[in-house]
Design a protein around this ligand. Sequence first.
Ligand SMILES: C[S@@+](CC[C@H](N)C(=O)[O-])C[C@H]1O[C@@H](n2cnc3c(N)ncnc32)[C@H](O)[C@@H]1O
Length: 342
Amino acid sequence: MTEPASDTLPFGAEHAFLTDLAGVAALREAVALGLIDLLADGPVAPAALAARLDLPERGLRLLLAMLSDAGVTGEGGLTGAFAAIWQVRRGVLCAKLDFLHRAALDVGEDLHGLLFDLRRFQTQARSFAFFRSDRAMEVSEAALAATKPWVDYVTALSLTETRHVLPAIDLGGARRLLEIGGNTGVLAEALLERDPGLTATVLDLPAVCALGRQRMAGQPAEQRLHFVGSDARRQPWPAPVEAVLFKSVLHDWPEAEARRFLTNAAACLPPGGRIIICERVPMEEVHPPFPLWMLANLVFAPFYRAPSFYAGILSGLGLVPEPVEQVDLDLKFAVLTAVKPV
Ligand SMILES: C[S@@+](CC[C@H](N)C(=O)[O-])C[C@H]1O[C@@H](n2cnc3c(N)ncnc32)[C@H](O)[C@@H]1O
């Protein structure tokens, strides 16, 4: 899952191959067949490909035509642009293909529910069924197997988002960071790499933390990143810390829980400590484009909140919000920092 450190591709470069349903379906099928791996070694004629994959040539030619139209193949092999993605963003691309498949089915089947009857949409959506957090409450072989697919997806997104979000996160000289819902620790690890004097604790569900410890094994920051496998609704949280971070977590929760989490966070902090919230902004306010890849965000659109919502809660807790920073990713992210007065 770890993408090579040499990945200098622009954010979302893989989206060029995820713009429409035919292209995504063809790419997903080609990956599953092992066709992309075969072509990654060099051009192969359709008849030879059909023989190697033991498939009828007619269907294979049609698949190749779809892949060519999607910009994945050309002149019998992978295009240069796609080959670059496959080489350094394979993990992220495959994770996005699988989640997009679910999101496209959900949106195609019940856009009405997503827009106007969220309860119905949520009970039927394959996208939501993917995130089985209820199976992540323990560390057993079965729990890890049920948790790994969606944690791999979240980790893949984090790996591409982190370097862009990082400059907007100012820990204000904190020495101890608590990240709630920090998943396998991708963002915490980047913060630790940036600041050798920092230690961090990720509080996430037990199976997620176990996968995080596996991901961090042998990494330079391993000794400074602690995982606490717990339900964030349980008290107490690890303390003392000087900064508490929530990235793409609070929108998952109804207002009452979001308030409780922010109240807990404020209670962990000494004067001068800070809370940092990174969240995608409401789609209807920023009018993003809607190519197929955007459906992976669209299924969460009803949950995104304006930064003013969180700033209001933090002010009510006596913290002082700083000006919001915006980061342009697949959708704008707002980074909100609020400081506990000295
Ligand atoms: C959308 S993901 C965001 C992950 C990460 N912060 C990121 O931006 O990539 C939400 C995270 O919250 C965690 N989570 C869900 N319910 C939780 C709970 N009750 N207690 C602690 N963590 C929870 C999930 O396991 C997941 O890692």
